[in-house]
Write a protein that binds this ligand. Structure first.
Ligand SMILES: [Zn+2]
Length: 306
């Protein structure tokens, strides 16, 4: 795939900001996915946010008549480990582009015998085992408590499931994704205990994204590609990164096909819970929120606080 040469920089609050287009669809690529095939009219957009720089410039183009923005979660060349990803800048950057829905493509380990390497899982729940990652946009002088009981957009998940099943992929419509800090894989004791907790798959990145996307009222759904059995399955032995990448290469095409297949089915208008997550969630008296905080968070607060 060719990527556009034109790079545009933009700062928050600039009147000349032309990168925003409502209804933009986002894709975050993980291990093995550093650009999005099928995108046309691509340009690179470098975005600055109040939370710093995203992992990489966004690749913005068209797919199926819709505008799509792609971001390599670890940066192209895979430079950024899970614990150092600037998740707030990534999600805020998507917001600045007008993104309303994000597809997250992620490599995961299986925590259940019946979930095989090469399968696709559409997690509907997440469980946090990260250590010290920024978790919110509302950390200074403004307090918000968004609902996160159902962290995945049901509309996106439903469309993805239908598309994947129509294509005949081995697919699991539900599952709990445990998000560990990494970058090391689990110890055997950890893996055994996570299994007792009833989780389905294990990864290192999705929960911070799901949380922040919800705060930014962006729909979020994960296409999880199963690459291995973590380390609990004695028949399979320990997880090695070479095996992960080998299975990933064989499976990545399914994730791309599912996203390309889902995009044309996304309704233009949203009426899911994600789209109104901030309604009634901000508990701080608007008069007590400093103007600079309102300005900093303006792309997220637009329509919620004057
Ligand atoms: Zn939604």
């Amino acid at each position: 795939m060719k990527s556009g040469k034109a790079t545009k920089s933009v700062s928050v609050g600039k009147k000349s900001d032309k990168i925003f287009e409502a209804g933009t669809i986002g894709v975050i690529g993980g291990v093995g996915l550093y650009e999005m095939p099928g995108l046309s009219d691509i340009r690179e957009v470098k975005v600055k946010t109040p939370f710093g720089e995203p992992s990489d410039p966004f690749l913005v183009g068209r797919m199926g008549g819709r505008r799509l923005a792609f971001l390599a979660r670890h940066g192209r060349g895979h430079r950024i480990p899970p614990g150092d990803i600037n998740f707030r800048a990534n999600i805020f950057g998507f917001k600045l582009l007008g993104t309303e829905r994000i597809f997250s493509v992620s490599a995961v380990g299986s925590m259940r015998e019946e979930i095989h390497p090469g399968d696709i899982v559409l997690p509907d729940q997440f469980f946090d085992r990260t250590a010290a990652r920024p978790r919110t946009f509302f950390s200074r002088e403004i307090v918000a408590h968004v609902a996160l009981a159902h962290p995945v957009c049901p509309v996106m998940a439903g469309i993805l499931a239908r598309v994947g099943e129509e294509k005949g992929f081995r697919l699991h419509r539900q599952g709990t994704y445990i998000c560990i800090e990494g970058p090391q894989f689990s110890t055997r004791a950890e893996s055994d205990i996570y299994r007792q907790w009833g989780v389905s798959v294990i990864g290192m990145t999705n929960l911070p994204e799901a949380r922040l996307a919800r705060e930014a009222e962006i729909c979020y759904a994960t296409v999880a590609m199963v690459t291995d059995y973590d380390c609990w399955n004695e028949r399979e032995g320990e997880v090695e990164i070479e095996d992960v990448i080998k299975v990933m290469k064989a499976t990545i095409g399914k994730a791309k096909e599912m996203i390309a297949g889902a995009v044309p089915h996304l309704p233009e208008a949203r009426n899911c819970v994600c789209s109104q997550a901030l309604k009634d969630a901000i508990v701080t008296d608007p008069k007590a929120i400093p103007a600079r905080v309102k300005k900093m968070l303006a792309p997220i607060l637009k329509g919620v606080i004057k």
